[in-house]
Design a protein around this ligand. Structure first.
Ligand SMILES: Cc1cc2nc3c(=O)[nH]c(=O)nc-3n(C[C@H](O)[C@H](O)[C@H](O)COP(=O)(O)OP(=O)(O)OC[C@H]3O[C@@H](n4cnc5c(N)ncnc54)[C@H](O)[C@@H]3O)c2cc1C
Length: 470
């Protein structure tokens, strides 16, 4: 469909020849048209057009999902322009915002109102709607995933309605929509529960990994927020712990000498030199274990102690493009899983990158949240793509996923995985409830795409898929 065929008001927000690439540049698509609405009225027009022309719609946020979750070849929509603060209640610590707002902007808005999010993942580049759609998470035994912050939300549905939902208004839709995979409609507004602004004191220290595995429960509860990084091919790990504090802000860069030292370890050696060395290991993978040990000894084993505003402490530099895989299991099962992963790496003589990242999330009741009904440990594996170059990862992923499956693992929805509808139905007690809500609200599949078709819908033979689209 050509932009010139559209009504004038849609032409203003339509873009031809747009190529979507995710952050890691591992997935891409070429939509027929990209729309960038800045009002609900404009979104309604896009939905009306899609209904009339029998097109599918996919919204993307900041494109950070390492999968084709946000891809489509029909109409792609981005609502970055819908990023305003709509209401704030300082006493109740709640904010209502447009869902295209980035987390970075949300932190600014919250800080201006003396508020902060209670927990956060590694970065804040994502859109609010994007993190909520995949139940993105931080770490902390008593903190749920970020979708648990949602108090109410507004969606535009396939039949062109603006629907509000909360625990009292359309409660079934609400429980489904808090982790929707973008499969229910276009989220335009959310009200979030925050808390009074706070600082975190973070301490990172090296440990022997077997000691941590042998004292698992103690580790999980050793601070409000605990993250473990294991360095495969070694028995080393670092544990990052953060607690709320009233102490004054102190960073690693308070003096000139500290600033230079921090720059050397974190940017020069920890980023640029490491990327160069990793690139060389593409031709000599056998040196990866030695490089891992070197980086641990020289950079990561250095104790770190900082106090700052919470969002600055939660976030860190995720370095360069990467392949990632991350599944959620019951946190009691994690030591056994990690020991088996180590055995698999050794047995198959794999040379893999650090870290294996281990985080903890409290259980919730959101139908498709990977932390539904169980205290959860996320285990993430990574293979960096130095300078965007490919590295072998499939055998590592295969062994990792097989182990996770044995423990009823649930993949992070944003990350490419191999689970089928049957597998997911088995691990999510409310999977069919989600599908029922989806069917009611979007009977013609306007918000489906290849990812959703592959993983959550009944797989259809190719010819049927074509028929369904005609
Ligand atoms: C470097 C890096 C670090 C990361 N760190 C973490 C982490 O610490 N913890 C964690 O859990 N995850 C993490 N992630 C994953 C990330 O949080 C998720 O992929 C998240 O969904 C990305 O948000 P986004 O705005 O980029 O959404 P996109 O990737 O663009 O889209 C994700 C989903 O949201 C849907 N969506 C977006 N906007 C809307 C809307 N308005 N209405 C309806 N649906 C919508 C899309 O259709 C799609 O289904 C990380 C990813 C990267 C690349």
């Amino acid at each position: 469909m050509l932009k010139s065929e559209l009504d004038k008001d849609l032409q203003d927000i339509a873009h031809e020849n747009y190529q979507f690439k995710n952050w890691a540049k591992t997935f891409q698509c070429q939509p027929e048209l990209l729309f960038t609405p800045t009002t609900e009225k404009q979104i309604l027009k896009v939905v009306e057009l899609a209904n009339r022309k029998n097109k599918r719609i996919k919204v993307f946020g900041s494109g950070h999902s390492p999968s084709d979750l946000a891809c489509t070849e029909d109409f792609l929509v981005n609502i970055d322009g819908m990023n305003r603060l709509l209401a704030v209640n300082q006493d109740g610590a709640t904010v209502t915002v447009e869902a295209g707002m980035s987390l970075h902007k949300l932190h600014v808005v919250l800080k201006e109102n003396k508020l902060a999010l209670s927990n956060l993942g590694s970065i804040s580049d994502q859109s609010i709607a994007g993190v909520m759609a995949t139940a993105s998470h931080g770490t902390g035994a008593h903190f749920g995933c970020m979708s648990t912050f949602i108090l109410d939300m507004t969606l535009i549905t396939a039949n062109g309605q603006v629907v509000r939902c909360s625990s009292t208004e359309n409660p079934e839709l609400f429980t489904a929509a808090k982790c929707s995979l973008g499969a229910l409609g276009i989220v335009t507004q959310v009200t979030l529960q925050a808390e009074p602004a706070f600082k975190l004191e973070a301490i990172q220290q090296p440990y022997k990994f077997p000691d941590i595995l042998n004292n698992w429960d103690e580790t999980i509860h050793s601070a409000e927020h605990v993250r473990v990084w294991w360095y495969p091919h070694t028995d080393d790990c670092v544990v990052w712990r953060a607690n709320r504090t009233e102490k004054p802000i102190t960073t690693n860069v308070q003096t000139m000498t500290n600033a230079v030292t921090t720059w050397w370890y974190e940017r020069a050696l920890g980023f640029h030199i490491y990327q160069g060395l990793l690139n060389m290991t593409r031709f000599r993978p056998a040196v990866i274990p030695a490089l891992t040990q070197f980086m641990f000894d020289k950079v990561h084993s250095r104790p770190m102690h900082v106090i700052d505003d919470a969002h600055k402490i939660f976030n860190f530099d995720c370095l360069f493009p990467q392949y990632v895989n991350e599944w959620a299991i019951a946190w009691d099962d994690a030591p056994a899983v990690l020991r088996q992963l180590e055995d698999y790496i050794t047995k198959h003589n794999l040379k893999v990158h650090f870290p294996v990242e281990i985080r903890f999330v409290d259980e919730d009741d959101i139908w498709l949240s990977p932390a539904y009904g169980r205290k959860t440990c996320y285990i993430g594996v990574i293979m960096y793509r130095p300078y965007g170059n490919p590295v072998p990862y499939k055998k590592y992923w295969k062994g990792y996923e097989d182990i996770m499956r044995k423990y009823n693992g649930r993949p992070h929805w944003a990350k490419a995985h191999g689970q089928t509808q049957q597998d997911l139905r088995h691990s999510y007690p409310k999977f069919d409830d989600f599908l029922n809500v989806r069917q009611q609200i979007d009977p013609n599949g306007m918000f489906l795409n290849a990812y959703l078709q592959r993983h959550i819908m009944q797989p259809q033979p190719k010819s049927n898929q074509l028929l369904a689209r005609l």
